[in-house]
Write a protein that binds this ligand. Sequence first.
Ligand SMILES: [Zn+2]
Length: 201
Amino acid sequence: MFSKTIQKLINQFSNFPTVGQRTATRFVFYLIGEKKEKVAEFINSIKDLKTKIKICPLCFKPFEGEGKICPICSDPRRKKDIICVVEKEVDLEAIEKTKKFKGVYFILGGTLPNFGKEQQKEKITKRGAILIQRIKKEKNIKEIILALNPTIEGQRTSLWLQRKLKPYNLKITQLGRGLPVGGELEYADEETLSSALESRR
Ligand SMILES: [Zn+2]
């Protein structure tokens, strides 16, 4: 049995995505072996996340700096009439890296769960409603690209969004061929992602 303090931090780390008890335990013992200053720096970085990082109210991208909306949404060179819907921030970054997309984004925050996971379901349903509100409010939106991951969950969520978006008379597209089925955008190479974006339909 680990001491209370150690166990508490292990439990906290094991709440992180993809981190299990064993990895969490390694993290904790790594920190125990680190110098005080290094740990203090680490604590500060975590604190900064909550004080310096803002969430864009339009696209939900985390950002820092001046202004209320993120650098992408506030960039006059970006086309505001094409919205690319992605699951996560990392997917947005992957698409940005291709430099092929000149529109704006909407981060859904994950996929719609099939059953259970009520909290997640509620979060995604809410985000979906916010997207619809944005479409209604901005009126001039021409195209929505559903760039969700080509996984079962991603495709199910895409279908759900397609149904929700249907009444608004928009061009709804999905990424084209080339992306490996079951894969995730964040792992796709730039070339594959570029051509998937260009061949959207
Ligand atoms: Zn934004």
